[in-house]
Design a protein around this ligand. Sequence first.
Ligand code: PLP
Length: 399
Amino acid sequence: MQISENIRDLEPSATLAVTTLCKTMRAQGREVIDLSAGEPDFRTPDFAAQAGIASIVQGFTHYTPVAGVPVLRTLIAEDLADRHGRATNPDGVVVTAGAKHALFNACFSLFGPGDEVLVPSPYWTSYPEIVKLSRARPVFVPATLESGFRIGPADLDAARSDATRGLLLNSPTNPTGAVYPIEELDAIFRWAADNDICIISDEIYARICFTQPFAAGALDLDSELLKNVVLVSGASKAFAMTGWRLGFSYSSPELARKMTALQSHMTSGIAAATQYAGVAVFRKEPRVEHAVRAMVGVFRHRRERLTTMFRRHLPQAAFVSPDGAFYLFFRIDSFFDEQRRDSISFCSWLLEKTGVALVPGAAFGDDRFARLSFAAPEDEIIEGIRRMAEALAVSAGTR
Ligand SMILES: Cc1ncc(COP(=O)(O)O)c(C=O)c1O
C-alpha cells in the first residue's frame, strides 16, 4: 500500500518508543529502572477521578460542544485570569485531547506550505513533526548549556528568514528544565511582535516550577504583545492526568473558532468524562493547590538529591540544574567510545548493561546528551544513578 506524502517522512515519537521498550523488557521478566517517563509517577487526585466517574454515572456520556463544555471553558479562563492577574475570555479557550492536540490545532491552523517555524533546540520531540504535519518547515534555533538552554532575540534573528511565520516556545522546557524569566520572555515576545511572527507558547509545565509558584508565561506580558499568540497548556503534567487527555489552547476568539471548526471534523470534541474530571481540577479550591504543591514538593526534593549525586558521582556529565518540569538533561559525550558512539548507542548500552532507561538526546535534537526523568520513585533514581556511575567507572577502567 502506498503511504501518502502527508506522513511519509513522519518519525514515531522517540520518547514513547523507549517507554514501550521498557514495558517489553519487563514483560520478559527483566528488571528495568525506567527513568525515561514523560509523565508524573503520581495518581490522578482522587477528587478528579471521582468527578469523572460521577459524570459517567449521571449520564454525561454524549457529545459535548466541540470546544468543550461551557463550565470547563469558563473555569480554565478564570484560572488563567487568576494566575496572571488579568481579564480573560472563555471564548478563547478550546479544550483538546491533551496539549499535543492543541499544538497540532494551532500549527495546522496557522502555518502551511512555504512557511518556516522557529523551534529552539533542544526541543520537545514532537515539535518538528507537528510543524511538518502542517506542511511547514521547522528551523532550529540552537540553545546552549552555557546560556542555560535559553535563546534570545539575537539567536532568533540569526535563524529567521523572510519565510518565518512562527515560533514554538516552551517554558518550563522539556527536556532541559530551563525556565525563562519574565524579562527574557518580554524580549522574545517583543521581537516576535515587531517581526509579525506568531508565538505558540507551550506552558504545560507552568505549575511544575522550583523557583516560583508558577513559571512566568505569555499572559504575564503586555496585551499589545499577545495579538499573535496561542497559549497551550493542560492537566496532564500538573495533575498527573496524562491518560485522561485533557489539554487546551487560549487564543483570540477568532482563532479559537477556526481551531474549533478543525476539531469538529477530527474528534467532535473531547471525552465528556475527561472534561468533568477537568472541571474538578480547574476550580479554585484549596484541595487543588494542595495536590499540585505536594507533587511539586516531591519533585523539588528529588531534584536536589539527584543533582547532588550527579556532581559527586558523574562529574564529567555537565548539566544545568532544572528550574522546572521533571527532567535532567546531561552531557554524555565524554563517555563516548567505539561502542558508545552517540546518544542512541549510549542509551542502548546503558539499558542492556544496567537496566537503566534514559531517552537519547537525539530525540530532542542534541546527540551529545541524554534525558533522565525524575518522575520516578526516589530509591529508583538513586539506584539508577549508582548503577550508571558504576558501569561508566568500570568501563573506563577506573575501578
Ligand atoms: C513540552 C510538552 N508539550 C506538550 C506535551 C504533551 O502533553 P499532553 O500529554 O497533554 O498531550 C508534552 C508531553 O510530554 C511536553 O513535554
